[in-house]
Design a protein. Structure first.
Length: 270
């Protein structure tokens, strides 16, 4: 099976920004791009696409081809709830891309909890995009947040792969919080965790320059600050302190909503 990037669209301006990001991601991977619009049928037995849905899909496909000429782009209007549609798409995809917020209202497909729910269920990494392209988008480093959790460990490989594709440096951030870590945890243990997170990758990614940053700021604030100069932020879906009843960790939700660059969220089982 060939490489595939899937982007969800809803006709909003931000979903076209997601299309641009998805097209660039597909080119970096040598992948095809599939543009998907999820449409909930008005009546269960009537799944004929609305003409307006076809129009917005065609506009999104044209946008992808314009920003990345030569990229193989296909499109589909798929009946069903957007989270379930994109979760199904993720089974064959290398990456799912969505805008962090969409149109709003009843017809808005990528609003509110949708990206969070998708990131918690997707079978591949999910990239959320909330801001148009900016100057640092192609020049800043890839930032990786680590905390020793299984999802964080999986995110390490994704971050190195992204840095290698983008020919950028990698900044690895760990927020050490004495009041929340196990009692008596010394800063040396936090430094060791930070070092171990990237151990053994130098041979695989010899061209990726790694900088490690240990901070005592809260994880949310540390990663949002680091995202200001980054071209990409990579995090695990749930950290060590995630509550069992939550679909996605609070830090992951925060950066998906507020980061200053695109965010890739990685599940340990994805």
């Amino acid at each position: 099976m060939g490489k595939l990037v899937v982007v969800g669209v809803d006709g909003s301006t931000m979903s076209l920004t997601a299309v641009e990001a998805a097209a660039a991601a597909a080119v970096r991977r040598g992948a095809e791009l599939r543009v998907v619009h999820a449409e909930v049928p008005v009546k269960p037995r009537h799944s004929v696409p609305d003409p307006a849905a076809r129009t917005l899909l065609q506009e999104a496909v044209a946008c992808a081809r314009e920003v990345e000429p030569g990229l193989v782009v296909t499109g589909a209007v798929v009946p069903g709830d957007v989270v379930h549609v994109l979760e199904a798409e993720s089974r064959a995809a290398d990456l799912i891309v969505v805008a962090s917020r969409g149109m709003g209202g009843i017809v808005g497909l990528l609003l509110g909890s949708t990206p969070v729910s998708l990131a918690a269920r997707s079978h591949c990494p999910v990239m959320t995009v909330r801001e148009p392209h900016r100057e640092s988008a192609g020049t800043g480093p890839v930032v990786l947040g680590v905390d020793g959790s299984p999802d964080s460990d999986k995110a390490v490989d994704v971050a190195f792969e992204e840095a290698a594709r983008r020919r950028s440096g990698l900044v690895v951030v760990h927020a050490w919080q004495p009041d929340k870590d196990p009692p008596g945890t010394p800063p040396e243990a936090a430094e060791q965790l930070l070092a171990q997170a990237t151990a053994g990758r130098a041979d695989t990614y010899p061209d990726v320059t790694v900088r490690r940053e240990l901070t005592d700021a809260p994880p949310r604030e540390a990663l949002l600050e680091a995202s200001k100069g980054a071209q990409l932020l990579v995090v695990g879906a749930r950290g060590r302190s995630g509550l069992a009843g939550l679909l996605l960790g609070s830090v992951s939700q925060a950066v998906m909503t507020h980061a200053h660059c695109p965010v890739i969220t990685v599940r340990g089982t994805a």
